[in-house]
Design a protein. Structure first.
Length: 226
């Protein structure tokens, strides 16, 4: 069984922390200027990924840096497609200059969570990604309708599960407004990652780089999965 281990990166100014995370993963989702990130952070993070042989993905979100892209904002489908495309293209310019390539796209934060339940938003994300590369792989919540929307559009998909987030009974992620939304205990996170891997629904498992103790969590997950 092969399970991808991914992390959202390029969002923090702590280079040493992100380098420690990068050493433990197989895919990096790099913030590309919407919720976070600029030319400098994109280049720094892409270099780290290329040095370590980590697959690079674009991590576009709502263009709302003030709230880190974690609040839903009102945008038309065309506007969502436009911002997704422009964010991916911005990162693509950096990665290509370094001799690398983007291989997947993972929406960030509220954009991701809205797309889980809103087919129109899911389609808009796919339209933006396909404008850049119709053959890219989209990361989305395992078992959710967003994956069906993307498959129907002919996009390649990878079901994603989260080691460091708690879930609601309907399979959606518990909102961060609740104090127990995050799993910060490494053994508990590792057990959840292993459970998802054994269920076979997820092809990739995420640990957020800004979760407290994320390096220890990733180490525990990697050990459990191997």
């Amino acid at each position: 069984m092969n399970i991808d281990l991914n992390c959202d990166l390029g969002e923090l100014q702590d280079t040493a922390h992100e380098a420690a995370l990068m050493a433990l993963i197989t895919s990096a989702n790099i913030a590309c200027g919407g919720h976070s990130g600029d030319a400098q952070t994109m280049e720094r993070t892409a270099r780290l990924a290329l040095e370590r042989g980590v697959r690079i993905g674009a991590h576009p979100g709502y263009p709302d840096r003030e709230n880190f892209g974690r609040l839903e904002i009102v945008m038309t489908p065309d506007a969502i497609a436009d911002t997704v495309y422009s964010q991916i293209a911005r990162l693509d310019d950096v990665v290509r200059r370094l001799g690398g390539a983007i291989v997947h796209v993972k929406p960030h934060g509220a954009l991701y969570n809205v797309a889980v339940r809103n087919a129109e938003v899911a389609r808009a994300i796919a339209h933006g990604a396909a404008r850049w590369n119709p053959h890219t792989t989209l990361f989305g919540l395992a078992g959710s309708p967003m994956l069906d929307v993307w498959r129907t559009m002919g996009m390649a998909v990878a079901g994603e599960a989260f080691a460091d987030r708690r879930y609601e009974p309907d399979g959606t992620l518990r909102s961060r407004k609740f104090p127990d939304a995050l799993i910060t205990n490494p053994p508990e996170a590792a057990a959840q990652a292993l459970r998802f891997a054994r269920q076979g629904l997820a092809q990739t498992i995420c640990v957020h780089g800004d979760t407290p103790g994320s390096v220890a969590i990733l180490k525990a997950c990697r050990e459990a999965l191997t």
